[in-house]
Every structure is written in C-alpha cells, then in structure tokens.
Unconditional design. Sequence first.
Length: 462
Amino acid sequence: MAENPIVGLPHDSEAEWAILALTLVDPQRLEELVSRLDEDAFYEPVHRELFRVFKKIHENGQSLTIPRIREYLASEGKLTPDIENMLMNMSLRYTLADVPVYWDGFLDIVVEKATLRKIAMAGRSLIELAQYYDNQPERTMKKIIDEAERKLFEHLGERELGSAVHIMQAVNEFISYVEKFDSDDYSHSLVIPTEIPDLDDILNGGLGRSDLIIVAARPSVGKTALALHIALTIAQRYGVIFFSLEMPAVQIAARALSNVGGFNAMAVMRRGFRNDTEAQKLGLAISKLENLEFYIDDTSALTVFDIKSRARKLNTKLPEDKKLGLVVVDYLQLIKGTKGSRANRVQEIGQMTMELKQLARELDIPVIVVSQLSREVEKRQDKRPMLSDLRESGSIEQDADVVILLYREDYYERDEETAHSSVSDIILDIAKNRHGRTDVVKLKFDRNSMHFYTVEAHTPGR
C-alpha cells in the first residue's frame, strides 16, 4: 500500500487506534496482534508506523512499554509531539478489564477493512486493465484473463484466493518423502519416533509432525513422567522445550536425571547420597544430559501466546541441526487465561488447544500437552478413563490429533505386592488417533527412576 492512504478506501481509524491502545494496556496481546495483522492492515500512516514499532519490539523479544516505543521512534527521527500525545491518550483510554470486552470486535473490524481495501485495489487494477486492453488490437481473452488473475494475486495474495493443487502434485510430494526417508535419518520423516515400540507401531512410526498430542490422566498416575520420557528420547536428535507450569525446573531436572540414570534423583536431592553407586549414576546421567538441547521453562501463569512466542524464539536460536523437534506443555489447565476474560473456562481451554495446534503446524513438530482428567472417573466402578473424562474438554478432542489416556490399576487397588513395589503396570490407551487405529499399549513404569519399560522383556522402551 502507498505511504499515504488513498481517499475513499474502506477503513475504520477508530478501530485501528483502539486495537493499538488495547495492546498497550495489555502487552500480552502483542503476540496475537502481530500474528494476525501486518502493516497494510492499518490505513492511517501513523497507525502503520506504531504497528511497525510494536512488531520490531516483539521480534526483539522486548517488553512493550511507552518508553521503549519512544526510544525506537526517536532513534529513527520519527518521534513527533503528535505521536507523543497519541501514545499518552492510548495509555489512558482503556483499562485492563476493557481489553477482553473490546479486543475481538476491534481486531475483526481492522481485518475486515484491510480485506475490503485489498478487494477495492484489485478492482481498480482490473478496471485499468480492461481499459488498457480495450485499445489493444492484438488482445486475446486468454491473455486478458491471465493478466487479470495475476493482478488479483498481486493484491489479494494466495491465501485469500486459495491454493488448490492437482492431486499429482501432492502425490509427487508424497513420493519425495518416501525417497528421502532413511531409517537412520528422521529429518525428512513425517514422524518422530518415541522409541516405545508398540506406541510407535500404533502411531505409524511415531509422533506426527504438526500433531497435537494430549496425554491425560488423574493426578500422580504418570502423565508428566511419560511426557518427559518421550521428550528425553526426542532430545537425542532434536531440540526440546518443556513448559512446566506446575513444578519448578529443578524437579523436572531431577526426574530427567532419574530417567536417564536409572536411580531416584528426587530422593538424592532430599537426603543426599546413600552410597557411591548413586553418585556414579548421577555422574553418568549428567554426561547424558549436558550435550542435549533440552530447555525447561518453569514460568508459572503463562498464557498460550507466551508459550507460542517463547517456543518460536528458542527455535531461532538453536543450531540448524538441532532445531525444535518437540514442545511439551505440562499442563493444559494451568495455562493462564486472558486477563479479565468473560469467556468461560471451557471456551478458554478450546482457544488454547486451537492455538497450540497452530503452533505445531507452524513449527512442523509435535506438541505434547499434558491434561488432567475430571473427577467423574472416581465415581465409576470401572476407573478406566474415557475421552469424555477430559477435564473442561470443550474442543480438546476436536483439536487433538492423538489422545493418550493413562491408567494404573494399582492407583486404585493396592495389594500387598504392589504396596512394596516401585514398579507399576501402566496402560496407555490411545483413545484417539487421527492417522490410524486406536489401541492400548501395556508398559512397566518405574516410579523411582521415572522410566517406562516394555512388558515383555522389562527392558527400556527407548
């Protein structure tokens, strides 16, 4: 779009001003703002300028504050008294409680007006094109239509017009995946193996790239342990980020040390070493973890937009051969909702799962989300969980590509043998699998070492 707006094109200056003001009041909205809009979404030049600065601040991972905005504008010689006054008015116009009330409405208006302007600009181009060809004796309809389509793409872009492809183009892409695949090189594979054999078999090779995987169970059954076990396996080849909204990073680290070292690191952390063997196992475990690109973010009360932003930023910093291969969120119900939101919790959870699914598609990696199950499980005689037990389920089932429900019989019925054993029989019920069959996987779960084993040989499942 031109530097100055063309008179007569659809726009709503008040909505543009308001969406920027609301972002200033609640900077957590900045992630959504820059993911939904670009500079051309703003008709007024001063609004485009402010958005450009907002976006630059976001890309640099900085906090959105008025002093920082002034600093950016001043460094470019663009801080004028009018902009100073506008920033001050923006900061005073709304309160935090106003944001969820007005946000969606103003954002939709800005998007709608921007689309209408693109259509109007495309229409003007087509009128000019028709007038031009009307005076060209060598014109052909095919040439005119081809040029008209080019003009439409130029203004509206492929996203608005759609991107249908012939089936053979998709078939050729499928063949390219098959040709590139090597059993020792998963960089071109559509899946990332968990190296739990039966689970990988059901999932047609492993966790699908761009898939949202829900791991759900009642408290203390082993859902965090399973997510961590899979994450440590994938970290052998890729970068991993583990968002722990419940436990501090040191506890996740202790569980990781237990998993790879085969000892109870949590107990060692509380009481110290009991023997030389524990010290040796710790040293071995550290040597296995120190070269992994495995990151833990234990910030509490993160929003889903915080999670998406932090995952993106980490991915840009990782080496090319160790880009993110997995994001884990532990757990869904602890993700912070939008401040002051009037939406009910089910609606909020639905928005979160949708955003996390979008993150999986954007980064082309699996995203594992740990989830609680409702207490309804406890009220039934048969305690095996079902999809309907997903707490605040809403659209969790709809958005998830895979749902794994965990069940341990000894969680409910402890006999003399299980009471003195740290090893449990655990069932992984693949209750939803968008890409294949549903089935169950039976494993052994060592609660001391936080490790999962195959039942047949009682050997590590990785």
